[in-house]
Design a protein around this ligand. Sequence first.
Ligand code: ERD
Ligand code: AKG
Ligand code: FE2
Length: 360
Amino acid sequence: MALSTLSALAHEKRLNSKFVRDEDERPKVAYNQFSDVIPVISLAGIDDSAGRRSEICRKIVEACEDWGIFQVVDHGVDTTLVSEMSRLAREFFALPAEEKLRFDMTGGKKGGFIVSSHLQGEVVQDWREIVTYFSYPIRARDYSRWPDKPEGWMAATEVYSEKLMGLACKLLEVLSEAMGLEKEALTKACVDMDQKVVVNYYPKCPQPELTLGLKRHTDPGTITLLLQDQVGGLQATRDGGKTWITVQPVEGAFVVNLGDHGHYLSNGRFKNADHQAVVNSNYSRLSIATFQNPAPDATVYPLKIREGEKSVIEEPITFAEMYKRKMSKDLELARIKKLAKLQQDQELEMKSKGPREIFA
Ligand SMILES: O=C1C[C@@H](c2ccc(O)c(O)c2)Oc2cc(O)cc(O)c21
Ligand SMILES: O=C(O)CCC(=O)C(=O)O
Ligand SMILES: [Fe+2]
């Protein structure tokens, strides 16, 4: 059975088996057990080179070296626009299934609505619905894949995309300077920057301890700006998934995280944040991720290799190739995991049966 939306499953008592994760992948920390280790940085005064700028830049760079994640407030994106975006996004997910499915993107359509994972071939499903649209470069926009409901959504998303592109470029300027390069170095390395907006909706979940809203990953692109509501669920790890922290939601803030491209361009100096989203049975949750990616044919190679360092990348490759390799690696890992699980189940079955039953 193909999944249409999660609404029906959300009302069941037990979690549908398609969403049940292996024990090692299940949440280790609650969605609302917040940590304050991820810094919240005010950008007020960032354009004033004689004033607070150097202090702000220092904090941003420290956070990128430490976790690859920080939050920004006083970022200059209008608060009314931000709350309009959240309100309209929530209204979209509250539409009847057939309205959302008018934008169904199964079968590889570029943008629209889909349930769960974007990775075909994943064995276990993520407990989320998404609506996504490609906003930059402007010439590549396909408005027929942008939802036309609720009213006002399209106009709000256009302005939102433009403002977030501006904020992302400003943050990349800070990181370029920290690498001892010209301000535009990172944006230039993206050639013609792509932007993709993914709105994640995580319905209430009957057994949240068995599943994830979005499995552990690093974002592939340069930098991601995430707007989250006050529920909580975004988690990060710095030790390969042994321990996790839940990011404290801050009203009106953007969570900023670096992706693989940002990590490689800095030759590993800036971390690509390793993160996931957990769900809960009390509240549904909404987050809006704005991915800033390089153009597919942009070259991926460190912009600066410090003395005594080796490049983290063997040879220059295109972003399209980097993305393809990441996807195949993710799928290969999923395949190995599935095989290992099958084998383990078979061994358990053999052990539970006596030799007479097996050879009978
Ligand atoms: O949905 C996501 C999450 C994330 C991601 C990308 C690639 C992976 O292999 C992975 O495990 C997670 O970043 C994204 C980047 C995009 O451009 C689109 C997405 O839908 C996503
Ligand atoms: O919803 C969240 O908190 C995380 C979303 C995310 O990591 C993503 O969309 O890539
Ligand atoms: Fe992510």
